[in-house]
Write a protein that binds this ligand. Structure first.
Ligand code: PSV
Ligand code: MN
Length: 429
């Protein structure tokens, strides 16, 4: 298999760091032992953890105002796969990518699969884009896609999704995420009732095209680009639609798709209990759908989400969940952001594994509010970096991925061979 980052470089780098890591790991082992936590059991779970990287995330994103291209940024899906392979060679927990169609403009999907296979990169859930016009015809998504009043526009949007499913089948994906920007910017613009009815009708047609072993993930979002009303605005609406569609339909929680202060971890718990939690788009935010790096603003929230997942898993309630990152990197090198984000996600998962849920249950039943919160805080405040770094080391990845990446001068080197995109057109991604 072809390696985007030379194994020798990783090994030499690790050699310099392993002695310190061994002593940090040993120190933490002893500390956790006092609470009867076996560090190796946790490390083994982290070694098997995976989160998918979005193909659109390795390109430089933008805001509504401008986009400032980074140097050596990928210009096509092949170059994006190369960047994703760099990330995965260093961290090892991002073996799959989540592509976006037709953003990812592919003429030969078999050839793309062979190319990504050669880097050891696979495909997670595929995404369909009906939130902007792509084709040359007069059927525009300006006033909605799957919910558009015009049936021929709806059919066009359904077709985009069917094509995404076909592409995903060739690539080895097992699911489709549907997010529509459909809604209204002004009171009276759309019928709340008819647009939801049309959404379900269109989604039923997409659903009927899903292969037997596929899932479809419905992504909700309260606003943007429709600022007055959004058709799939919240987890309740998403749940109702998923229920109406059937077993293969699940809800996807994008962390940025909630109004400020929403208790996302409780939504996660509700969806688990309703058997409809299917996946995540990890990111972080200060105000709304900011698409900032996971764990950069509110790592405690990320931990509390994993806390619900780990508890549900312990109780046998957790089904297969697709973990994906959905971020827009405007001012950082996307590769660095994705390395750090995958690490933050792994850290929060690790911390959740430290919680003694039987004890938490006892504290809750005894109404020991302080004790229960302390239990969670103690897990959250534990520095579990030695576990996550050791998991990477034992998986033959980098103990310190960022410093190796910086030593490669990867983007500077790529800027000599990749055509630069001069444009500064705006757009969140
Ligand atoms: C929409 O804001 C979203 O979260 C959806 O997942 C899109 O597919 C993605 O961002 C792309 O920008
Ligand atoms: Mn998303």
């Amino acid at each position: 298999m072809f390696k985007a980052v030379d194994k020798e470089i990783i090994n030499n780098h690790n050699l310099k760091l392993i002695s310190d890591l061994n002593s940090d790991f040993d120190h933490l082992r002893k500390k956790l032992e006092r609470n009867k936590v076996n560090i190796n059991d946790i490390k083994n779970k982290i070694k098997n953890f995976q989160v998918a990287v979005p193909t659109w995330g390795v390109g430089t994103g933008g805001t509504r105002f401008a986009r400032f291209p980074g140097i050596g940024e990928p210009q096509n899906i092949y170059e994006k796969i190369e960047d994703c392979a760099v990330i995965n060679d260093l961290v090892g927990i991002t073996q799959k990518v989540s592509p976006h169609f037709p953003w990812d403009n592919v003429s030969d999907f078999k050839e793309l699969k062979e190319f990504s296979d050669s880097f050891g990169i696979g495909y997670d859930v595929v995404n369909s884009n009906t939130f902007q016009d792509q084709g040359e015809d007069n059927l525009s998504f300006k006033y909605g896609s799957l919910t558009n009043a015009d049936q021929s526009v709806r059919e066009k949007a359904i077709q985009v999704n069917k094509e995404a499913i076909e592409a995903g089948m060739t690539l080895g994906s097992k699911g489709l995420t549907v997010w529509v920007g459909d809604g209204g910017n002004f009171p009276g613009q759309i019928s709340f009732s008819k647009s939801l009815e049309r959404y379900i009708e269109s989604m039923k047609k997409i659903y009927s095209n899903l292969p037997e072993d596929w899932k479809v993930y419905l992504e909700h979002k309260p606003y943007e680009p429709a600022f007055y009303s959004t058709v799939i605005s919240d987890w309740g609406t998403s749940y109702i639609c998923a229920k109406e569609l059937g077993e293969k339909a699940m809800c996807l929680v994008d962390l940025g798709h909630h109004l400020p202060n929403t208790n996302i971890e409780m939504i996660v718990s509700r969806l688990i209990d309703l058997n409809k939690l299917g996946g995540f788009h990890f990111n972080d935010s200060k105000f709304g759908d900011d698409d900032l790096d996971a764990g950069s603003i509110n790592p405690f929230e990320l931990f509390l989400i994993f806390n619900e997942l780990t508890l549900a898993n312990k109780n046998g309630k957790l089904k297969e969940i697709s973990y994906m990152i959905d971020q827009s990197h405007n001012v950082t090198d996307p590769i660095e952001s994705l390395i750090l984000s995958s690490n933050e996600i792994a850290l929060c998962f690790t911390k959740s594994l430290l919680v003694d849920y039987d004890h938490l249950n006892e504290l809750q039943d005894a109404n020991d509010t302080t004790g229960a919160m302390q239990l969670l805080k103690t897990a959250f405040n534990t520095d579990v970096n030695p576990i996550v770094s050791m998991a990477r080391y034992e998986n033959s990845n980098a103990i310190d991925p960022i410093s190796i990446y910086r030593s490669l001068n990867y983007k500077q080197n790529k800027s000599k061979v990749r055509k630069s995109s001069k444009g500064s057109s705006s757009g969140i991604v």
